[in-house]
Write a protein that binds this ligand. Sequence first.
Ligand code: F6R
Length: 648
Amino acid sequence: MPAIISPSAQHKEVLKYQFKNVEKIPTKIWEDSRDASRHIAQSIALAMRQKQQDGEMIVLGLATGSSPVKVYEELVRLHREEKLSFQNVITFNLDEYYPMMPEAQQSYVRFMREHLFDHVDIKPGNIHIPDGTVPMEEVKAYCEAYEKKIDSVGGIDIQLLGIGRTGHIGFNEPGSWENSLTRLVRLDNITRRDALKDFQKEEDVPYRAITMGIASIMKARTVYLLAWGNHKAPVVKKAVEDEISSGVPATYLQKHPNVRVILDKAAAEDLTRVKSPWLVGMCHWDDQLICQAVVWLSQTVGKPILKLTDEDYAEHGLSDLTLEHASAYSINIQVFNRLQHTITGWPGGKPNADDTYRPERAKPARKRIIIFSPHPDDDVISMGGTFLRLVEQGHDVHVAYQTSGNIAVHDHDALRFLEFMDEFYKRQGLDSEENLKRFHKIEKFIKGKQADEADIPEAREIKGLIRRGEARAGARFCGLDDKHIHFLDMPFYETGRRRKSNLSEADIQIIMDLLAKIKPHQVYAAGDLADPHDTHRVCLDAIIESFKRLQNEDWMKDCWMWLYRGAWHEWAIHEIEMAVPISPQELLKKRRAIFMHQSQKDRPPFPGEDEREFWQRAEDRNRATAHIYRELGLAEYEAMEAFARWRI
Ligand code: F6R
């Protein structure tokens, strides 16, 4: 039995106090970025209304990027549905790339118009965004004037901030001074790489930006710093828990008298109170937390679980955990067994076997299964070994590619396929004037394409078809026939740009239709809780919403969903509920399935910060999981794919 220790009121006080010792900025963790954003928007709206009643203006400091998007969405909704007026609002944006034309796709002027200003009744004269077109020799004077303008309207009442992976706020990169004001800055390489999501090529990302300084931000009366997704977790921990230093400019906020850090669960992942809560206070011990603590202890002292002693527990602040047990050994056994039971070579359940301690049900022996793959290659990258096993073990496996993935194909690849078609048509005598005209139009477009230009629909179609062919090849390689391969082309993805639309009814309907048609016993989906605007997250939202809507269907009662993580991040050991071992041969086969995705080999467009190819990332990750199991004292496998079960 796990030791359940409920924190008394007194303990809760201790907990709060000790968080404060570790966390140097008041920090609130929300289940979900959406609720958090709504809450912030409502606080802003309240302040706007109060000022309106007093006949005063309110000054908002605004950020761009993915973090504030949902706040703006809610403000727009409040304007439309609840008559929130922006007539008394003055805004100052934090920053703008330099140089940057206001009408360019990547400009923050355009961003703010698309997300907020075009949808509310703000007076255009009250909007201020640093101007990316000011001639170099005038930038200094321009920045001074920007700063004076903020002061002249009484300073900023509420400042919204995101945080970059470098720890920047605004574009105040590491090394920025505490007394810095609005100025021209050079962007950090990591920031430029992150910005690649909005540009085609690295060379297109500007090297500089105009940004409000640290001192300009610190003058704001209230500051909200927002961060969503586990890619932000390491820098959030530094900002909240580390000493103040110019190396992580967000740490300067620790000196602000009225600042709040607002996080979703994923961004809070590395905070001490989440990662090792026993270090900051009494815990409510449940099975999962016990597992987390024991794995942590085992890794901290460098011993397998079954060798941990009472002294190890006591010396590492875990004597609480041993209180209700005769000795540490029974906890060791409990956690060891739990981990042992996650391992199965039968991801679809082992027929005719006792399944009491197995992750999956034995019955029905042959399951109907849908593997949802957000992009056309996530299935093989993230769960290729399990995919192969499910097919080999005789299940009725379907794969559903949720989006076309067309954005991630190089122009030169699209051209190659276009020329192939062109020549083939000519050789086959199919080169009608109409066809040739069409080919030429696309060819002319691709050859003359500008850096920030979105693809015309025909070019997107070719790119989508290239990825379709690759996905089909990968799924066939894993043993599926064409009737079991589904292309969903979810509409939210089809913007032709990195930035996608919001999830719509049409998207959800597509998923519901497939679920209702197949009536699966098992569903696999990408469970990334990263950036809320990531394709993976939206794809998962669509599946979860479909599950909720279909929950009363009979077949749904027998349907389990397993979540795999994308190419970048693995589940923490205590979160894993099914670990599927992969033999050396299977790993090689998985690699070959990933190789079917030729357009993604070497260096795809928008590669992100990781230099490794997808097959390398997948193998490193699967080997790392097996290694951790081994270090904890479990069996040694070549590699492992990990899953967590989602419950409604
Ligand atoms: C944007 C800005 C930046 C971003 C930060 C986080 O105006 O000043 O500091 O807030 O780079 O960006 P996202 O929110 O896209 O992760």
